[in-house]
Design a binder for this molecule. Structure first.
Ligand code: S3P
Length: 169
């Protein structure tokens, strides 16, 4: 069941703490860290906010699929974007991935308050709370479908979540 953890990939809803926890695991283990959102920005030559403004979500998702494919053999910890499970093509990539996939599972309330504090998510700005809830409900089974492990994050510090993930191996 446990794959060789050469690549550890964190998945979960926006605001789940994938980047913070991923950086923490990489720091503790002196391994490399890759943030797919930053790779998308690098590939597009503009920020995520600009991609959504000047192009559209479909354009963003196409680049996301490219960088996701390239990241499969990255040796280290990878944080994905919350919508990485939206495309069936991406879910296939993830299911066949040599990486170990860990789903950071939170709750809607803590996620929304974290996102409002952070700002910067184009999809959050477009959506009402009801839409956001729908997105949450629709994505949860998709994360479950591809994940090797699910870690509950509510009420836990990034350090504790990182330690729980490391203890899985
Ligand atoms: C998205 C999540 C974002 C980013 C983009 C789209 C989503 O990443 O990829 O804004 O569809 O949920 P985070 O999960 O790091 O916020």
């Amino acid at each position: 069941m446990i794959k060789e953890p050469d690549t550890l990939m964190l998945i979960g809803f926006m605001g789940a703490g994938k980047t913070t926890v991923g950086r923490e695991i990489a720091r503790q283990h002196h391994s490399k860290f890759l943030d797919l959102d930053r790779e998308i920005e690098r590939a597009a030559g503009m920020s995520i906010a600009q991609i959504f403004k000047e192009h559209d979500e479909d354009y963003f998702r196409r680049i996301e699929t490219q960088v996701l494919s390239q990241a499969q053999t990255f040796n280290g910890v990878v944080a994905t974007g919350g919508g990485v499970v939206e495309r069936a093509q991406n879910r296939e990539i993830l299911k066949n991935s040599p990486a170990t996939l860990v789903y950071l599972h939170g709750n809607l309330e803590s996620t929304i308050s974290r996102l409002l504090a952070e700002g910067q998510r184009p999809l959050l700005q477009e959506k009402s709370t009801a839409d956001f809830f729908q997105l949450w409900e629709a994505r949860d089974p998709k994360y479950q479908e591809v994940a090797n492990f699910t870690v509950e994050t509510v009420g836990k510090t990034p350090q504790r979540i990182a330690a729980e993930i490391v203890a899985l191996f």
